[in-house]
Design a protein around this ligand. Sequence first.
Ligand code: IPM
Ligand code: MN
Length: 353
Amino acid sequence: MEMNIALLPGDGIGPEVIAQAVKVVKAVGKKFGHTIHFEEAPVGAAAIDLTGNPYPDETHEVCLRADAVLFGAIGDPKYDNDPKAKVRPEQGLLAMRKKLGLFANVRPTFTFPSLVHKSPLKLDRIEGVDLVFFRELTGGIYFGEPRGRNEQGTKAFDTNVYSKEEITRLARMGFEAALKRRKLLTCVDKANVLATSRLWRETVQELATEYSDVKVEYEFVDAVAMRLIQWPKAYDVLITENLFGDILTDEASVISGSMGLMPSASLGTDNKLFEPIHGSYPQAAGKDIANPLGTILSAAMMFEYAFDLREEAKAISDVVNKSLAEGIVTEDIAEGGKAYKTSEVGDWLAANI
Ligand code: IPM
Ligand code: MN
């Protein structure tokens, strides 16, 4: 197969982890006989420095041309500490999601046998956890209007808006995924308080009639925040709005033992983007110490979700498991054993595909 992949390394450790993913993707291409073209473009603080815009039009063009986008991370401390900054790197990420129509953010949580003991949670609660969030990504309070301040600047407001159509297309993806998994879907909302959540619940109830094989549960977001940590094995597929999904998926990543490990896919009708769920980790930038596995596993998701190539995806997850078992890992998970450099882990994985 011939594939065009856009590379958006972004900020902080983004360029380092993307470089490792490229090594692994090239090795997969060689092994399975695919021709893979890469085109790189700036985004985030890196793009602001170059063009003044965190998601330049040229970068958007590169993404539109590609079959899949592999994205590193966004964010720079010089903006975090300046709440008055007019342009912010994160605006680039939000603009990219919106303009590419990436309405579904798929964030799995699973455990690695050789790492379960690293989780701060008790082993019997987390061993074998396998759940996936479908987080709505282009609506809700992240994008709703009006937003801003009153004239005096003494009041601020954001608006949460959802249409039935936005809920349906996200929920449908969740139902379809549930059919291929353990057939349990949890709709996470705050329907006891929010009008948007009541529309979510109503819409999901209607859709459920088309999926009689899927068991549907409705839970309030505050209860899920608690149960997710107490009984993560009680979940299979969870669907939720943008803000709830943002918060709960960070919480869920703790289960696996390291945020550096978790991949994600952001899917739209025409475009697909793959990124680790960790941030730009500026303290580690340029030091060759960051964990590249979240990005490399995102590349595995890319083979599966963008190209429907499951064997290729499995080749990557298998080699990642092998590296964990053999201790070819970066310092965040080395635990007194030898800590390998980011680039060494990438080289090892590519050589062992
Ligand atoms: C994420 C991030 C982003 C979000 C930020 C950087 C805008 O936290 O991808 O989860 O809130 O969606
Ligand atoms: Mn987040």
